[in-house]
Ligand binder design. Structure first.
Ligand code: FES
Length: 154
């Protein structure tokens, strides 16, 4: 059998899962979120082209950095129809995510410092504790974790 033909054969979901070190269900999930695409064979089984291996590798790397799947999809959608990121794409995406990661690290460090006074305290003082939010008084500032969000922008 010609090796070139074998290398271009589409991959089964099990093969992709094994080679990427993820569960089959993870690939199904990625596909449901539009992060990867498959075709179906005549038996209605998923088949992937080999470029999906790079794509899944990128998704895994980004997830390890704490990048959300929606952020990953947003960036993968900038690949202008390419199914797999090349080296230049990866450099561009990783630089963007590095900045995002640095911002989150700084935010978490500030939060850690912020919380250090609370550890072992338990006062939940409305005046002194940075965590206490009786009757959702912080709702006037914004939605969600406004103290943490405010840390991120400072
Ligand atoms: S619990 Fe006392 S300052 Fe936060």
């Amino acid at each position: 059998m010609d090796n070139k033909l074998v290398r271009e054969d589409p991959l089964t979901v099990g093969s992709v899962a094994k080679r990427c070190g993820v569960k089959v269900s993870t690939l199904h999930f990625y596909e449901s979120k539009g992060l990867i695409k498959s075709t179906r064979n005549i038996g209605n089984q998923r088949r992937y082209n080999r470029q999906v291996l790079r794509r899944v590798s990128l998704i895994k790397a980004a997830q390890k950095m704490g990048i959300t799947l929606s952020e990953i999809k947003e960036k993968l959608d900038t690949l202008n129809g390419k199914t797999a990121p090349n080296q230049e794409d990866w450099q561009r995406l990783s630089m963007h995510w590095k900045d995002s990661l640095n911002e989150r690290i700084q935010s978490m460090q500030k939060l850690r410092d912020y919380l250090s006074g609370c550890i072992g305290c338990g006062c939940l003082s409305m005046d002194a504790c940075p965590l206490y939010n009786e009757n959702d008084k912080l709702a006037t500032i914004g939605n969600g974790a406004v103290l943490i969000d405010n840390l991120a922008v400072k």
